[in-house]
Every structure is written in C-alpha cells, then in structure tokens.
Design a protein. Structure first.
Length: 237
C-alpha cells in the first residue's frame, strides 16, 4: 500500500518539475529554434511550449534530442526540423540526473546523452531544468556516468574505465533480452565513481578512450540551472 505521505512527496516532486519546466519555456520567443531535451522535467517545458503555440500563436521550430522527445513534441504540436537543416539553435532546454554548484551535469539516464550533448552544445544558450533532488554537492556519488560505446569495443572500454577508478556495468534493457541499444545503435556502460572531484579532468579522460562515442558528463556548457523546490518556489544559479 502507498502511504499518503509518499503520495504527497511524489506530487510535490511533480509540481517542482512542472514549475521548472514552465519557467524555462517562458524564455522562448517567436522565431527561435529550440533544442528539446529528454526526460520528465523537460517534458513539462515541451508541453508548455505546445500550449503557447496553441493559445498565444508562438512560432518556433524544435530540434528533438531523442525519439521520445520527438514523439512528445509532435503530440504537442511543435514544428520540428533536423539539426542539419538549421543554421543554429537559439536555446536548448534539457534536464539532468545530477547537477553541482558549478553547473556541471551528469546526464544519460535515458541513454540519450550523445544526441543531447550535440544539440545542447550547439545552442547559443543552454538552460537546465531540474527539481531540487537533482542538485548535489559532488557529482557521481549517487549516479553513474553513462558512457555510450561502439558495441564491438565495449569490453575494451570497460577495462579503461576500471583503470580510471570506475565500476562500469553494461546497461541491460527492461522487458527485453540483452543490452540497451541507444537511438544511435550503441551500447551504454554505466561507470560508477565514488564521487567526481575534478569533472573537467574526467571529461577529458573519458573522451580520450578509443571506442567511446560520447559520455554523460557535461562540463562548462550550461548557462543557467532552473530548480523547482519542494516548497513550491524556484531557484536559479
């Protein structure tokens, strides 16, 4: 049985995510090309953009970061374009699995971090939305760093991650046999560290491993983080 307190906590978490997503959507102006991130908090931003298109006549084009973001954007009436068809991205809105005070992130719980990183880093402005449970003093203490790898090289990459001090595990799918396959056709190794003291250094080390397509550590690319607090307020840093 789910207790009333657990229901209240879940409701408060959802409200915090909604407030952050709606606030980020308010930054979007007509004529913009907008990167549409993946995840439960960004979903509220996408839904709010759809409402503004319908009710306010907002005119934008979206660039989705995943198949799930594409489907949600289409459901909400957001016109979409391919990355190759635009000159640039004005604003990207995306979520995070963890974010620290330096606006460094871990992303990739949904295995979409490669497309997310390309689109988010192409944007003139990159804004992150999160609820307060995602803000941490040190990255990596509670969440592994997802590392997208070429399937034939995953064992080689695993050994290299172990040499960096990680405990890497191949991510397996739910409801299917075998590993998770990303939208780009690759495997994901979840590299668990006991805290990441130097995110820029680890960023470079992970990127230098042959066989790594991309990793979920985002360093030095976020302009602003919008946080929905459990008390109903918003904070920004």
């Amino acid at each position: 049985m789910v207790s009333p307190s657990m229901k209240r906590d879940a409701s408060h978490g959802k409200d915090a995510k909604r407030k952050a997503g709606v606030e980020a959507a308010s930054l979007v102006q007509s004529g913009m090309v907008v990167g549409l991130g993946t995840g439960s908090t960004t979903a509220f931003a996408i839904e709010e953009l759809g409402r503004r298109i319908k009710d306010e006549g907002l005119e934008i084009n979206g660039i989705p970061t995943s198949f799930s973001a594409e489907i949600l954007a289409q459901k909400n009436g957001i016109p979409l374009q391919r990355l190759a068809d635009v000159a640039g991205i004005d604003l990207a809105i995306d979520g995070a699995d963890e974010v620290d005070a330096g606006r460094n992130l871990i992303k990739g719980g949904g295995a979409a971090h490669t497309m997310e990183k390309v689109i988010d880093c192409c944007a003139t402005r990159f804004v992150v939305v999160a609820d307060d449970s995602k803000v941490v003093p040190t990255l990596g203490q509670g969440f592994a760093v997802p590392v997208e790898v070429l399937p034939f090289a995953w064992t080689v990459v695993r050994r290299q991650l172990e040499q960096l001090g990680a405990n890497p595990e191949l991510r397996f799918g739910a409801g299917k046999d075998g590993p998770v396959i990303t939208d780009l056709g690759h495997f994901v190794l979840d590299a668990k560290f006991e805290g990441i003291d130097d995110p820029p250094l680890l960023d470079r080390e992970l990127s230098g491993i042959p066989g790594v397509v991309e990793h979920g550590l985002f360093v030095g690319v976020v302009e602003q983080v919008i946080v929905g607090q459990s008390d109903g307020s918003l904070s920004k840093f």
